[in-house]
Write a protein that binds this ligand. Structure first.
Ligand code: HEM
Length: 135
């Protein structure tokens, strides 16, 4: 995982963070309509803000596992209460990859793709572990 590349590319998409999140949720709900009911209590604008803030936090702390691990641990445990199961992480990761790629446009490269995939898979793995402990 190339952390400086992650940061550079996130800085590129950051001004369009809300559009990335809109693309993400629209694609998620159209591709996986079964997850939509899980978000019935969420305010969409607030949910978009929280999602992108969590991505920003991961990118910021990607080289500080002692900061990141407890954050991911707590977030994974909260996802049990949201009714999220472990098999939903891969679709979410895939959908986020698509939204980031569309936002980055021509700046999206195979190296960028593999760094984002590694980061999202690391986040998912930590959250799933915490979910399974909390369940
Ligand atoms: C890839 C890792 C993920 C990240 C970084 C992430 C991030 C977040 C954040 C920041 C929140 C706000 C509340 C909180 O912090 O507890 C949240 C809530 C939520 N997430 Fe995730 N999430 C991830 C995976 C998933 C997956 C796989 C699903 C399943 C579809 C999901 C469904 C939800 C739901 C239903 C809520 C609660 C909405 C509400 O009622 O307020 N998340 N997520």
């Amino acid at each position: 995982m190339n952390i400086s590349l992650l940061r550079e590319s996130f800085n590129l998409v950051r001004p369009h963070a809300d559009a990335v999140a809109q693309d993400f949720y629209a694609t998620l709900f159209s591709t996986y309509p079964q997850v939509k009911p899980l978000f019935k209590n969420a305010d969409p604008a607030e949910q978009r803000r929280k999602l992108m803030a969590s991505v920003a936090a991961v990118v910021a702390a990607a080289d500080e596992p002692e900061v990141l691990e407890p954050v991911l641990e707590a977030m994974g445990a909260r996802h049990v209460d949201y009714g999220v199961s472990a098999d939903m992480y891969a679709p979410v990761t895939h959908t986020m990859m698509g939204a980031l790629a569309r936002a980055a446009g021509e700046a999206w490269t195979p190296e960028l793709a593999s760094s984002w995939l590694a980061a999202l898979e690391m986040v998912s793995a930590r959250m799933i572990e915490a979910q399974q402990r909390a369940a």
